[in-house]
Design a protein around this ligand. Sequence first.
Ligand code: C5P
Length: 224
Amino acid sequence: SGKKDLLGLRLLITAGTNVEALDPVRLVTNRATGRMGYAVAEAAVARGAEVTLVTGPTQLDLPTGLAAVERINTGLEMYEAVMKHFSESDVYIGAAAVSDYRPKETHKQKLKKSDGPLLVEFVRNPDIIATCGEKRAPHQVLIGFAAETENVLENARGKLIRKKCDLFVANDVTQQGAGFGVDTNIVTFVSHEGDESLPMLPKSEVANRILDKMLQLREGRFVK
Ligand code: C5P
């Protein structure tokens, strides 16, 4: 049922959080639940797309009908999984909250506490979507997400340009009904054509609007 307007399109979608181990017991992670990325994957499958989902750990059930799934924990693992599939994709949607940093060292044994403070050195993880932006072929469409707490649109526009994407889906995670762990979102589409604010919508509807916008950006690509 419904329109199959994504038939023949290969989508690569990342979703959820990353988990970085400090030692065999302790983890560093973030608040992303995977809801937005899973909603996009589910909507895309329903519209006939061939979807590869790269997912961090989540409580959610996997959408049915995926072409492939890569389950990862760390930012580096997510990077590797994305690079394996990127060149075979028509569209990349980076909905995951990738760890910007990982502990420089994962200790083999549980760290012992002392009376003093604990200093942990973190090193940068690769920027996955920016790497895709560097490697992109002309036909590929790249979509990123910017969850912000301030200067939402300026930050999203900066990322759109720096990471060589076609669209950023910006949201202010401090707003009621937006961001982590809720079923609705309030987003603005930031593209090279300008900004478009959407009302508060269920994440399933936001997902379909993102896919509509993606199709529009693809068409623009081919007529230009
Ligand atoms: O710069 P910031 O992390 O806010 O950008 C968010 C966007 O960049 C999201 O689409 C996210 O998936 C992607 N990202 C990434 N690799 C990183 C950090 C963010 O792909 N290391």
